[in-house]
Each structure stands twice: as C-alpha cells, then as structure tokens.
Design a protein around this ligand. Structure first.
Ligand SMILES: C[S@@+](CC[C@H](N)C(=O)[O-])C[C@H]1O[C@@H](n2cnc3c(N)ncnc32)[C@H](O)[C@@H]1O
Length: 246
C-alpha cells in the first residue's frame, strides 16, 4: 500500500505535463504532503511502540547483555542509562552503576535481578571511576549522543578490568547512497536539536571496530559484531550490536 502510494506520487511529480489538467508545482507538493501525512503518522506511532522485547532491537539488547555480562554477581557500568530500562536484562545479583549526563525525568526502573543500583551523574567521555573498576560496561543507544565517541570508547577501556567486556547496541549511519542515508543526512541537524544531541548519521560501527589493538586501540578482541535493520525504529533503523573484550 505504502509502495503504491510512493509510486503514484513519483509518477505524479515526474509527469505534470502529461496530466489532463494543469497543476502547479506548489499544488503537487501540497498534494504529496497531504497524501504522505497518514504514512508519517503510522511511522511515528510505530516508532513510539518500537523497541519492545521481541523487536530486533529488543532481541539484540537481550543477546548483547547476556554475552557481555556472562555471569551472576558482576559489577557493571551502563553508560547513558536514562531510566534504567535494561534493568531486567542483567543476570541475578548484578551490582549496576548507571551513568548519565542528565538526571532522568522519571524514577529509575527497579529490578529484583539487581543486587544494587547506583545512579551517577557524569560524562561518558570523562568517567568518574578508577582504572579497571568494572567487570563489564554496557551502552544502548548512547554513543549517538555523546560529544566524543572515540574518547568515550577509550574511557570504557580504561575502567574495564583485564578481559572485561563492553557490550553495545547502537544506531549507526546508513550505508552511503541508500534512501535511508539521504533521509538521515537531511534529518540529522533537526534530530540533534530535538533529541538531545542524538546524531542520526554517525559511523559508530567504524569507531567500535577500530578500537582493537590490531587497529591501535585498547581492546584485544571483537567477540561479537552484528549489523541489522529495525525498520520500525526509522530513521535510526540501521543498528549494530556486539561485544569487545579488554
Ligand atoms: C537515547 S537515550 C538512551 C537511554 C537508554 N540507554 C536506553 O536505551 O533507553 C541516550 C542517553 O544518553 C545520555 N547521554 C548523552 N550524552 C551523554 C554523555 N556525554 N555522557 C553520558 N550520558 C550521555 C542521555 O542523557 C540519554 O539518557
């Protein structure tokens, strides 16, 4: 249905001369905007309901946290923790420290999985923790918003113990030349303004894959790395999930 509407609009826009009646460009643009509105409303509603436990993003978070925090009773740092929405995904008796640059608007989610939960106000680029103080670090949809991705990755490595794991699920820039690439580039300035510095078109995947010793970074190994699309989360549909080992 959406594809048909798209095709009709493209046809309409490309062949104004062939129509049996005269339309100005402005009228065509207005018509297209009106026809497009229900599609946009459906997209926004879907996006608001997205990220559920069985969505590609939800499943990627479950898999990643399961792999990064592989045992019960570990000390874990979550970056950009927000309202602690991932609380239930941690193994039993996890001592979780949640760091965020802003105090969340709503109270943090509590979970019986957690031994303890401590919220710390601070910047991911300059973590207020000692070297080698965590067994694992997790971030979900956080690197899009920090001021400096590379500095954040270095800080993650610094606070991890030897063999500690960094699990991430992040949205990244779409492949060059795709429709999503164009959409992200157009919407990016607006997104940064309305969504607290969230960058739609960041090559976060490159920064993460470049963080191993082989590429001059601090991590010894990429344990897991997957790319996937979660269409319901448009325009942040292109995502990566994985685990780096310190
Ligand atoms: C899109 S929200 C994701 C929240 C949560 N991780 C989740 O998955 O629901 C991004 C979070 O990163 C936080 N953030 C942005 N820049 C940050 C920084 N430099 N240091 C720490 N947290 C930051 C924001 O305040 C926000 O809570």
């Amino acid at each position: 249905m959406v594809a048909t509407v798209k095709r009709l609009l493209l046809l309409l826009a490309s062949m104004p001369a062939a129509l049996p009646f005269k339309l100005t460009r402005r009228q065509i643009a207005r018509g297209a905007a009106i026809a497009w509105t229900p599609f946009c409303v459906v997209k926004v509603v879907k996006a608001l309901q997205s990220g559920g436990p069985t969505s590609p993003y939800g499943l990627a978070k479950r898999r990643t946290i399961f792999s990064a925090v592989a045992k019960e009773g570990l000390k874990v740092l979550e970056l950009g923790v927000g309202e602690n929405k991932n609380a239930d995904l941690y193994p039993k008796r996890t001592s979780l420290v949640g760091l965020d640059a802003r105090t969340p608007a709503r109270p943090a989610r509590q979970s019986s999985q957690l031994e303890s939960y401590e919220f710390v106000l601070g910047a991911a680029e300059k973590l207020p923790f000692d070297d080698a103080s965590f067994d694992a670090v997790v971030s979900t949809l956080c690197l899009c918003s920090v001021d400096d991705v590379e500095a954040t990755i270095l800080e993650v490595a610094r606070v991890l113990k030897k063999n500690g794991r960094y699990g991430f699920v992040e949205h990244v820039a779409a492949e060059d030349g795709t429709l999503l690439d164009v959409q992200q580039r157009v919407l990016d300035p607006l997104q940064q303004r309305v969504a607290n510095n969230c960058h739609l078109h960041r090559p976060i995947d490159r920064a993460l894959l470049g963080a191993t010793k082989k590429s001059g970074g601090p991590f010894t190994e990429v344990l897991e790395f997957e790319e996937y699309l979660d269409d319901d989360m448009w325009p942040v549909s292109k995502q990566v999930a994985g685990v780096l080992v310190r």
